[in-house]
Design a protein around this ligand. Structure first.
Ligand code: SF4
Length: 261
């Protein structure tokens, strides 16, 4: 971690907070207080560098705790007349690493149907765990399944997302295509220098490769965004809004909706 301290949610349920793309979002953090767990180590992660990648001996919030906290919070928001637009699984790392992830999604949907039937349930995931039994099925149950794809080549994928396993981008793209369009792709664009080498996933070569991947996945929507927060790596900068808009236009040519934030 560099001098910038990451801000990690310290509660199971947090917010609602105003999300640029989702509206009023009530967050659910399945991972323990103030510690990040992830199977990637993205150079732009707002939680800082990943120090813990193994779930072994990791103490997760139990499914029962998560669901009772969600119920309590929704009851209280209902009393105040402040129902969120969306309940979002997001937090200190990758939510699908939770051993009871599928059970939690199933129960959260029941709670949502009871207390907040107009609220959507969203999950943000890095798509690294799609081979794990139950994960893809659970993700498909969410109203909004938002999966990460920042690169069009395996080399760029390795440099930006630094996955902890040998998994190749090709395999992830194949798994994403199995969602048959019931997913949103979230892609962060950035440029600069990493370990002395230039990096820009928005340049023409990388953008064309990314567009080819989108053609294979055919998501319902794409969220295009750039740095808007403190990050652990140095030497990186945001992509100008004009270029982000251009990227979105290229997506729309494929008849896929694109939103820039
Ligand atoms: S996948 Fe998400 S939580 Fe994990 S390192 Fe990347 S940005 Fe951070």
């Amino acid at each position: 971690m560099n001098k910038r301290e990451a801000i990690l949610p310290d509660e199971i349920i947090f917010g609602p907070v105003k999300s640029r793309l989702l509206g009023n979002s009530l967050g659910i953090n399945l991972l323990p207080q103030a510690s990040k767990l992830c199977n990637m180590n993205c150079i732009y992660c707002e939680c800082g560098w990943t120090h813990t990648k193994s779930t072994k001996n990791f103490k997760f919030h139990g499914a029962g705790d998560v669901i009772s906290n969600l119920k309590r919070k929704l009851k209280s928001l209902k009393g105040e007349g402040k129902m969120p637009d969306v309940i979002t699984f997001v937090g200190n790392g990758e939510p699908t690493l939770h051993p009871e992830f599928d059970e939690i999604i199933a129960q959260a949907l029941v709670v949502r149907n009871t207390y907040a039937p107009r609220t959507k349930v969203a999950v943000l995931s890095n798509a690294m765990n799609l081979s794990k039994p139950g994960v893809t099925k659970a993700l498909m149950k969410a109203d909004l399944c938002i999966l990460k794809m920042d690169a069009g080549t395996n080399q760029m994928f390795q440099r930006i997302n630094q996955p902890h396993s040998e998994k190749k981008l090709e395999k992830i793209v194949k798994q994403l295509s199995l969602f048959r369009g019931n997913l949103i792709i979230q892609s962060l664009f950035l440029k600069g220098t990493i370990q002395g080498d230039p990096l820009d996933n928005s340049d023409e070569e990388n953008l064309s490769a990314w567009i080819e991947r989108l053609k294979a996945v055919r998501p319902s929507r794409v969220f295009v965004y750039t740095l808007n927060h403190a990050i652990p790596a140095q030497g990186l900068e945001k992509i100008p809004k004009q270029r982000l808009n251009e990227i979105a236009r290229r997506v729309r040519v494929l008849n896929i909706r694109a939103l820039v934030s």
